[in-house]
Write a protein that binds this ligand. Structure first.
Ligand code: ATP
Length: 238
């Protein structure tokens, strides 16, 4: 089966800064794949480039066999790929409902929007309780849930998640990781950037490790967990 997402010779540069230096990777339908690496390794740039939010300097992005490298960012969710960006970028002065509606901008059919909204509320009952509340009044964890919920409003087949656990209390982090597994069970393929390496490797099938804009290692999550230098560097073991 051909991969759902494929990057070929993917490069991304900001002026003189080469953030991503030619990477190749593939994600199969139904997988959870983690993208790991230290601050500044190029993980967010990779996500933003795939989602059309940063210009890819060289190389190709294929989604479901189609070249989407040059597609404008607002058209990419229509094809079934959405990014929940780092930093819980919800609209604080809009209600939970309005934030979700904005996530569904690419969807014309109201019945489908209602069904997606209900799906989000089933996943995150707290958002249903607070649907009329301004997003800015939600806790950090709730805002993260809303950011993921908003990304789900276009019924993505591939969900890119950039640091979904960042800044959350351990109990909430666990909820977010559980949710990611649930989404995969519901048929959503997941590509996940995480600094919480141990947590990510627990739910992921495979992982890629980036450093200085390149992929320096790839393999099954189990193999990554078992590897000595990964343990020392990222899992706090010696
Ligand atoms: P972090 O976890 O800190 O977000 P990251 O692995 O996601 O790290 P990127 O944010 O992709 O890394 O950054 C990769 C490189 O590109 C870094 O050197 C960073 O300083 C640089 N960079 C990122 N965004 C920009 C930008 N908008 N303009 C210029 N340089 C940038």
């Amino acid at each position: 089966m051909s991969p759902l997402l494929k990057l070929e010779g993917f490069k991304l540069r900001y002026g003189a800064v080469e953030a991503v230096r030619g990477i190749d990777l593939e994600i199969g339908t139904g997988e959870i794949v983690a993208l790991l690496g230290a601050n500044g390794a190029g993980k967010s740039s990779t996500m933003n480039g795939i989602a059309g939010l940063a210009p890819v300097t060289e190389g190709k992005v294929y989604f479901d066999g189609n070249d989407i490298t040059e597609l404008p960012s607002e058209e990419i969710p229509i094809s079934g790929l959405t990014l929940a960006p780092e930093g819980r970028r919800v609209f604080g002065t809009l209600t939970v409902d309005d934030n979700l509606r904005m996530g569904a901008y690419a969807v014309r059919d109201n019945t489908s929007i209602d069904a997606s909204r209900q799906h989000v509320f089933d996943l995150f009952p707290i958002l249903a309780e607070r649907h009329n509340q301004y997003a800015g009044t939600l806790s950090g964890g709730q805002q993260q849930m809303l950011a993921i919920g908003r990304a789900l409003m276009c019924n993505p087949r591939l969900l890119l998640l950039d640091e979904p656990s960042l800044g959350l209390a351990p109990r909430i982090v666990e909820q977010v990781f559980d949710l990611i597994s649930t989404l995969r069970d519901q048929g959503v393929t997941i590509f996940l950037v995480e600094q919480n390496v141990a947590g990510a490797l627990e739910i992921a099938d495979r992982a890629y490790m980036m450093a200085s804009g390149q992929i320096i290692r790839e393999g099954s999550a189990a193999a990554m967990r078992a590897s000595d230098d990964m343990s020392a560097a990222y899992l706090g073991e010696h």
